[in-house]
Design a protein around this ligand. Structure first.
Ligand SMILES: [Ca+2]
Length: 242
């Protein structure tokens, strides 16, 4: 009996040991399985992140498109076109150079066909109203002159140049002392075609216009003599002679 009892005891120990050895791999495999399962989950998270990023990019693109559409539709401003001049404004949308960088945000475009000349307000914001200016002061003038040189793109017969400008004494925006106009076919040698004395000095929006015998020009230079402080313009027109 003792032998049988001993044998049973040995068998029990062996079976427990066997059970224990069988369960180990199963337990060990658990983390491996869960790691293996988690990878695709992480990957899909990353994918979904990327997707949502792309979506948000697309959305923001769409939004900015909408915004720019709204901005352009708000540009309801006076045209610089004048029915009294028979020629075509050949400076419209043409490139130009300036005697210096923009001063304090007064960066109106000078050949965009918008003169903003129905009232004077001192604004550097094109969405802020009807008067939007290019500002010259001591920082972007040369020897006291603000200079704008327009490239008409090709030699053109012209006979009129007009500068839209403003005066707002209370804001130190003073009348120009004088206006000088010259032309060139090569961009290097300029010939004077006209000059104008100081015009209106009261607050308001004006244009200074110089008419002259028709002349061939590709480059048109406008020199504006600065009074102390500021001088404002917002459009330059050049009219063809025919
Ligand atoms: Ca303009």
């Amino acid at each position: 009996m003792k032998r049988i009892a001993l044998l049973l005891a040995v068998l029990m120990i062996l079976s427990v040991a066997l059970l224990a050895s069988c369960s180990k791999p199963a337990e060990e495999s658990k983390p491996a399985e869960s790691t293996a399962e988690s990878k695709p989950a992480e990957e899909s998270k990353e994918e979904s992140k990327e997707e949502s990023k792309e979506e948000s990019k697309e959305e923001s693109k769409e939004e900015s498109k909408e915004e720019s559409k709204e901005e352009s539709s708000e540009a309801d401003v006076p045209s610089a076109a004048d029915p009294d001049v028979s020629g075509t404004n050949v400076a419209l949308n043409k490139n130009y150079t300036l005697s210096g960088d923009v001063a304090s945000g007064y960066n109106a475009k000078l050949t965009d066909g918008k003169a903003y000349d129905t009232e004077v307000t001192n604004t550097a914001d094109p969405d802020d109203g009807l008067c939007y200016w290019w500002g010259f002061n001591s920082t972007n003038t040369v020897d006291g002159f603000g200079v704008v040189t327009i490239d008409l793109g090709e030699a053109t017969s012209i006979n009129t140049i007009r500068v839209h400008h403003g005066v707002l004494d209370g804001w130190a925006v003073m009348p120009w002392k004088s206006f000088r106009f010259s032309v060139s076919t090569d961009g290097a040698n300029f010939t004077a075609v006209a000059s104008l004395p100081q015009g209106e000095t009261a607050d308001g929006c004006y244009w200074a216009e110089a008419g002259f015998e028709a002349v061939e020009a590709r480059y048109v230079k406008v020199e504006l003599e600065l009074s102390p402080a500021w001088g404002f313009i917002n459009e330059i027109e050049v009219y063809s002679a025919d």
